[in-house]
Design a protein around this ligand. Structure first.
Ligand code: HC0
Ligand code: SF4
Length: 554
């Protein structure tokens, strides 16, 4: 055998195979027409073309007649390949041509025509699809990736091929894309959009699973926009009611595990203070940031908090603690997370997020997708009552609500760290230094004789600037990072908006939820006390480590 690359991965193939045989052997689909496995190769129709890179030269060639060679790089999945194959087919069959449909005889050709008429998509990413037949060439995705995120991974194509390409030409999953999905909130055509999870959720409902929803902090200040309400309107109660009508058996609040994160992450931070580091400790709840850290700053992986994100703490709790209390068989549960985020679709696929070979969270619906699902079910948003979350993992504090906006995790952590460390009550719970929409915020907070130096960054362009500063020697104890501008309120899965002040309005609503909360500190959440007493023991316990903490990949 020899080694060749197919769509970016290396495979062993027989030395005398054709490119077509080699690809099919490893499960890649290539359409063919003149080719038949029992007849001699003709190589005449060109429907089976692929892109072949050899000796530094890239050519589009029929795969049936090309032979494999060591080191050859084959791509079956590019826009060019799709277009050239469809063109070749159209030379032989008009797309509208009538086929004498005969069972068993014409299925192959019908299938070929369907495939050729179906547009080209980059489906390499768990989070984002690029459907270039829908692209209107406005270039807003390109500018969002460049100007807001500082990543510049997309480019407008002036030559042949897809109208928007990745800057390296590779499919998204093979670039430095962090799955933040900012591009999707700027695309007016749905050409770049989130990977659909609505279908799998509907299927789980049809399959009579007990389908459970958890909802992220920032979704409640954005979901109403899907139904024409003003920017930032708070829709918590209606969201719960709509989810119940749509078929979710239980609706839990991710804010509960945001409170739990504060307990676990706070304990971890105090442990690092006692042991001298490593500093800074970085928050770990934003999967966009985790992707960025793994791809661009692997030397800082030991600095990441080991805490799972609140979403990934909630799902195992549902499948253990909640299932046990209610006598539900965890295998009957199907956990869906409603998130403002496209990177969360990627997070649930991380190898560390499986237990016993099963996903902790089975699906992630963006705020936009839950809005769409509610509409598809014919539910009238305006008429909905306000319903509360389900107990006991629906109870949360004002501190948890803050997670949805940049600086919120930091403020929640400071409230708890200060009080637990000093034993005193905070004179004022609001830490203005970490509030607001500035891209990078810094503060020094005296806690029990130690000046705790903190930094907060949101929007990946700002994150890159802060990382540069840290690499050059800036010293902090604790750093909060959110990949999206403004934090999750500006997440890549939030409703699309043309309002210039959208982030400010959603942020004000987040602050007002905190202000109106009776309990505003995570350590005072009675349900958190209860879950430690009855289940986890104490923060950082053995069971906490098993269910609430994780590792990262180099
Ligand atoms: Fe966020 Fe989260 S706050 S990342 O920004 O920590 O997505 O809203 O759900 O998990 O809680 C997003 C929002 C979450 C998580 C929480 C954190
Ligand atoms: Fe997702 Fe929030 Fe991070 Fe954006 S900031 S990638 S929405 S977790």
């Amino acid at each position: 055998t020899i080694k060749i690359q197919i769509n970016g991965t290396e495979y062993d193939v027989p030395a005398d195979a054709s490119v077509l045989e080699a690809c099919r052997m490893h499960g890649f689909t290539i359409p063919t027409l003149c080719y038949h496995p029992r007849l001699r190769v003709a190589g005449s129709c060109r429907v089976c073309v692929v892109s072949i890179e050899q000796d530094g030269e890239i050519q589009i060639k029929p795969s049936c007649s090309a032979k494999v060679a060591p080191g050859m790089k084959v791509r079956t999945d590019t826009h060019d390949v799709k277009v050239k194959s469809a063109e070749a087919l159209r030379k032989l069959v008009e797309p509208e041509a009538k086929i004498a449909k005969r069972d068993g005889q014409t299925a192959e050709l019908e299938d070929l025509i369907d495939r050729a008429n179906d547009g080209w998509r980059d489906t390499s990413s768990f989070s984002i699809v690029r459907d270039m037949d829908l692209c209107v060439k406005c270039g807003r995705c390109v500018r969002a990736c460049d100007q807001l995120q500082g990543l510049s991974l997309l480019a407008t194509n002036t030559g042949e091929g897809a109208p928007i390409v990745t800057s390296t030409g590779a499919p998204l999953a093979e670039t430095d894309c962090i799955s933040c999905g900012q591009c999707t909130t700027f695309c007016p055509a749905g050409a770049i959009r989130e990977v659909d999870h609505i279908e799998r959720v509907l299927k789980a409902m049809d399959d009579k699973k007990i389908v459970v929803l958890q909802t992220a902090p920032s979704t409640r200040v954005a979901i109403s926009e899907c139904f024409g309400e003003p920017s930032g309107s708070i829709g918590t109660g209606k969201m719960v009611a709509a989810a119940k009508l749509a078929g979710f058996s239980y609706v839990f609040d991710t804010n509960f595990t945001a409170d739990l994160t504060i307990m676990e992450e706070g304990t971890e931070l105090l442990g690092r203070v006692a042991n001298g580091g490593p500093f800074p400790m970085f928050t770990s709840c934003c999967p966009g940031w985790i992707n960025l850290c793994e791809k661009r700053f692997p030397e800082y992986i030991p600095n990441l908090s080991s805490c799972r994100s609140p979403m990934q703490m909630m799902s195992p709790i549902i499948k253990t603690y909640f299932a046990k209390r209610t006598g539900i068989n965890p295998d009957d549960l199907y956990v869906v997370a409603m998130m403002p985020c496209t990177a969360k679709k990627d997070e649930i696929e991380r190898p560390q997020m499986f237990r016993d070979g099963k996903k902790d969270t089975e699906a992630v619906l963006t705020t936009r997708e839950l809005g769409e699902l509610i509409k598809r079910k014919g539910i009238n948003w305006d008429d909905l009552p306000d319903l509360p979350y389900d107990d006991p993992i629906g109870a949360s504090t004002g501190a948890a609500a803050l997670f949805g906006a940049t600086g919120g995790v930091m403020e929640a952590a400071l409230r708890t760290a200060y009080e637990l460390k000093t034993g005193k009550t905070l004179p004022s719970v609001e830490f203005q230094q970490v509030r607001g929409l500035a891209g990078v915020k810094e503060a020094e907070i005296p806690v029990d004789g130690l000046n705790v130096r903190v930094a907060v960054a949101s929007g990946t362009a700002n994150v890159l600037a802060l990382m540069d500063k840290i690499k050059k020697g800036a010293e902090y104890h604790f750093v909060e990072i959110m990949a999206c501008p403004g934090g999750c309120i500006g997440g890549g899965g939030q409703p699309i908006s043309l309002d210039k002040d959208i982030l400010k309005k959603r942020m004000e609503s987040i602050y007002s939820i905190d202000e109106r909360s009776v309990i505003r500190k995570s350590h005072e959440n009675p349900m958190i006390t209860e879950i430690y007493k009855n289940f986890f023991g104490k923060p950082g316990s053995h069971l906490s480590h098993e269910l609430l903490h994780t590792t990262y990949s180099d």
